[in-house]
Design a protein. Sequence first.
Length: 319
Amino acid sequence: MKKNIAILCSGGDVSGMNPALKRFVEYTLEKNMQPYFIYDGYEGLIDNNIKEANYCDVSGIINRGGTKIGSARSKRFMQAKYRKIAKQNLDTLHVTMLIVLGGDGSFRGLHKFYKEHKIKFCGIPSTIDNDIAGTEYCLGVDTALNMIKYSIDAIRDTASSFKRAFIIETMGNKCGYLALISHLTSGSELCLIPEIAYDLSAYEHKFKQEIKNGRRYFIVIAAEGIKQNSIEIAQWFEEKIGIESRVNVLGHLQRGGNPTVKDRLMAYKFITYAIDGLMQNKNESVICYTESGFHHKNLDTVVNTPYQLDYELIKFISS
Ligand code: ATP
C-alpha cells in the first residue's frame, strides 16, 4: 500500500516555499508515496482542507514567491481539542507523515501535536528571521536579503542626490540577522540590532565630522526589534547631526519576490533530506543546515534552545 504524506506551510510565508512544494510532490511520487497538500497551515489541518497533490499542482510555481497552498497563524491549534480534530482528519486520509514549513512558533505547535498524537513529522526551518536554534540557514532568508539589497541600492541613489539620512527598517522580530548581513553587504554607515546595546550620542561627533569632510548622506539599517523606532532615529539625525532624514520601513516586500537560486536549491535539499529522514524512521526531527551539511535534530532541542546570532558576525559591528 502507498504511504500517504502531507505538507503544510505555517506562520510567515517565505520565498522558497513554492520550490519546496514542487520538490515535495515530485520526490514523493518518485518514491511511490501519495502526496497531500494541507491548505492554510494548521487552520486547514483543523478544517480538513487537505487534498491529494499531483504534478499539475506544482507546474509553473518554482519562480513564484509566497506559497501556493497558503499559510496561516492558527489560534485554534493552540488548543488540544483542535489538535485532536487535526489528528482525526489525518487518520481519515491515512496520512502517517507530515512535513511542516515554518518558524519556531510552528515547531512549538508541532511539538505539542507530536507529544499528544505521535504523528511522524519533519520540520523545515522557513522564516526570513533566521532565528531558529540549530540551523544556520532558514528557507527564504537569501531572497529576503536580496530584496533588501535592491531596496538599499535604490534608496542610496536618492539619498546621495538629496543629502539625506535614510533609516531603513528591516524585519527579523527580535533577531538582527537580516539587518546585520544587509549592513555588511551594502556599505551602510550604521547598523542597529537588538543583540547589541547602543547609544546614538556615541556617533554624534564622528558623523558631524564626516559631514565636514564631505559626506553627503547616511544609510542606517535598523532592525525592527531595537529599543527605538525608526522615526526616533530619524529625529536624532535631524536634531543632532543636522541632516534632513527619511524613514523607509521595508515591511512585507522582504517576504516576497522571485526565489533566488540559493533558496530554490535549499528548498530542494531540505525537502529531499526531510523525506529521506522520514523513510529512515527519523520520526520527530527538524532538518537543520550547518557548515558540515544537513542534520536531523531533535525537535525538543530546537524549540527549547534560545537562538543566538553568530558571534563572528556580531564582532564585525561591535566596537
Ligand atoms: P514566523 O517566524 O514567520 O513568524 P512562526 O512559525 O514562528 O513563523 P508563529 O505565528 O509564531 O509563526 O506560529 C505559527 C503557528 O504555530 C501559530 O499560529 C499557531 O497555530 C502555532 N503555534 C505557535 N506556538 C504554539 C504553541 N505554543 N502551541 C500550539 N501551537 C502553536
